[in-house]
Design a protein around this ligand. Sequence first.
Ligand code: CMP
Length: 233
Amino acid sequence: MADVVATATTQPFFATLGPASAARIMAMCETLVCPRNTVIFEAGNPADNLYLVIEGKVKLTRSTTAEDLTPRDSLLWLMGPGDMFGELSLVDGGTRSTTATTLTRCSLLKAPGAHMLELVKGRHDVALAMLGRLSERLRRADDNTAHFVSGDVPSRLAYTLLDLARRFGTANPSTGHIVVRHDLTQHELAQAVGSSRETVNKALTDFATRGWIAARPKVVTIMEPEKLASRAN
Ligand code: CMP
């Protein structure tokens, strides 16, 4: 627990808070350690808690019905260390907008929603920290929409790989290559770009043949980020 607390206080959400607010939030949080594939909540559930990722990755998915009436899951976002989720329904009183499932083993902080709302009402720094995270997310959702409306599958995939690289990538200083452990299967990558596994596989193979990336299960190495970026545009 001490390790989790130490890590949590270095997260962007806490870094923007005053020490008193950070201490109040930490005191009300419960630590959860979940194995991979744990469903934390499902879309449509009533909301009671807010979550902060300390370690690991959580995928947020939503089911829709395709034109041929088959159900289809979209992967809306991958939460990593420092990301907060589950705040929308606390703020607007609605039900959960997505299903949250751990993609890897995770350490999470769980804050009771009612207490968190009281803090938001009483403490400006907490309200601003939450607004900051929401603004970031809205900007990203705008970028996503712009790319997804105008781009074909390879361009959406290139954009998504670069986005994953920005968040989860590690640069190798001697080669300049970026190793991205995204932990997604090809099926989940397809859900993230709104396509089929086969089409995503074809695009990955094409990028690899050009020497832009090397793809292994759940990991991609980006050798030519600029080429990928120009394909994303
Ligand atoms: P809530 O609706 O309470 O539960 C699901 C959570 O998923 C939601 O709050 C947000 O925290 C998060 N979420 C929903 N849509 C997105 C999105 N497009 N990008 C990132 N996070 C999202």
